[in-house]
Write a protein that binds this ligand. Sequence first.
Ligand SMILES: [Zn+2]
Length: 137
Amino acid sequence: MHKTCTCGHAMNMKLRTVIYSGKVEIDNVPIYSCPSCSRSEVLPEVKPDLTGLIGQLGEEPAKQTLLFNELNEWADLLVEACSKRRTPDLTAVQQIIDERIDSLLELLLLASSVGDEAWRLEIEKRLSQLSRCTLNT
Ligand SMILES: [Zn+2]
């Protein structure tokens, strides 16, 4: 989860609002930013979901505000971690991830046992977003 900027400084992780097409505000997008040269970039772990979202909005989106953390597990966990501390502590984030994975696995068993296929797929998608992140830490 640590990243070094091209200028050599350690980058910080933050939640930012991304404005798309001047109309759509996407809140709580996790980004890395450099305190030294102000360079910033979206976390690679959430990039596919962000680009997918922008793809869905199309070229002429309606004016709206979206919460990225409602679409991406990773962003949601960071929002949770940031609500407890101003800067997310890596150990705290990892602990929250572990707890979230446990509760998602429980939900997955429940969804399978009631035979709700759509729900099961949704939970699997959330789990896959999380495992993609934990592999990279
Ligand atoms: Zn820099």
